[in-house]
Design a protein around this ligand. Structure first.
Ligand code: HEM
Length: 324
């Protein structure tokens, strides 16, 4: 009896592995080589222009890919606007609202690609390529993006609220949120290294700098308090501070050095180096920028593989914010 259950379980496991491989196999770096050979260079031009106008856009585009992939997979669901009664936009979810950016840059890239090959390249692939090009544009790693994702016809504000991490998360919550998407604790730390670029609003770290400040560097606390008043109102909530105070526009390993000096901006940053199981990863990356960058590239490729729609699933949207 026990043997039979075991063999059924094994068969199931094999089928799951095969299915997983089959889905992955459909993403390929050469997917548009014949159908739209200029897709990648067209996207790159748009992203380079956008980042040279505003360096922060690189950070926003890296984050956009993350917030897309963690919510029902890398399917561009995050780009859909409200369209009652079917679509309730993920843009209104707590981790995204007044926070996620870069939509207009993706729209520009999509418009440019549609001009050269209409109806061929998905918005989900454009988001994935944009994240890679954005990273590279500010000194981060580049990587080979697998392509062939298709776009969803649905969005889920419910999953956006439940699956994306929050600045107030403790270490165990972060580890389990990432493990739910197939990432190890180390990969969670690696990916958090994206906070070496970009900005955060006062509302996301006010509690940390005015609460129990025992795990924060004192000088750092007072600097951060100047940029984020304790008085809670809309204007103050929106005030921006760089996640990495030292080199906010360069993709380097300073984020990890900051954590060791108790200069993490978000609670979710500092918990990665607070006497817990992930301290050793932070130490390693603080000493070795090359390892960080290559691990980051590998983890981003893995992120891009989360539940893509492939084959005849989903659609190729004509514009990224609405279904055709
Ligand atoms: C580990 C859990 C994470 C938490 C709790 C978290 C939370 C946050 C928060 C609260 C902000 C500031 C948003 C705002 O104030 O509007 C932020 C910004 C950012 N996050 Fe994360 N994040 C996490 C992981 C990641 C990952 C995995 C990536 C990408 C691989 C990423 C990339 C970014 C970037 C680049 C910014 C700056 C965006 C900009 O300036 O527009 N984060 N994150």
């Amino acid at each position: 009896m026990g043997g039979r259950i075991q063999s059924v379980t094994t068969t199931f496991a094999i089928i799951l592995v095969l299915l997983g491989t089959a889905c992955d196999a459909q993403l390929s770096s050469t997917f548009y080589d014949t159908t739209c050979p200029n897709a990648l260079s067209t996207i790159r031009t748009t992203i380079r222009t956008a980042v040279s106008k505003e360096r922060r856009m690189a950070a926003s585009l890296v984050r956009l890919h993350f917030h897309d992939c963690f919510v029902q997979g890398c399917d561009a669901s995050i780009l859909l606007d409200d369209s009652p009664p079917t679509i309730v936009s993920e843009k209104g979810a707590l981790p995204n609202n007044n926070s996620v950016r870069g939509f207009e840059v993706i729209d520009q890239a999509k418009a440019a690609v549609e001009k050269v090959c209409p109806g061929v390249v998905s918005c989900a692939d454009i988001v994935a390529v944009a994240a890679r090009d954005a990273s590279f544009a500010v000194g981060g790693p580049s990587w080979v993006v697998k392509l062939g994702r298709r776009d969803s016809t649905t969005a889920s504000i419910t999953l956006a609220n439940s699956d994306l991490p929050l600045a107030s998360d403790d270490l165990n919550t972060l580890i389990s949120r990432f493990s739910n998407k197939g990432f190890s604790a180390k990969e969670m730390v690696t990916l958090s290294g994206a906070h070496t670029i970009g900005q955060a609003r006062c509302v996301t770290f006010r509690n940390r700098i005015y609460g129990n400040t025992s795990d924060i560097d004192a000088g750092f606390t007072s600097t951060r308090q100047r940029g984020c008043p304790s008085l809670i109102n809309n204007d103050n909530n929106k005030k921006l501070s760089p996640l990495d105070l030292v080199t906010p526009n360069s993709f380097d390993n300073n984020y990890f050095k900051n954590l060791i000096q108790k200069k993490g901006l978000l609670q979710s940053d500092q918990v990665l180096f607070s006497g817990g199981s992930t301290d050793s990863f932070v130490s390693e990356y603080s000493k070795n920028p090359t390892t960080f960058k290559s691990d980051f590239a590998a983890a981003m490729i893995k992120m891009g593989d989360i539940s893509p729609l492939t084959g005849s699933a989903g659609i190729i949207r004509k514009i990224c914010s609405a279904i055709n």
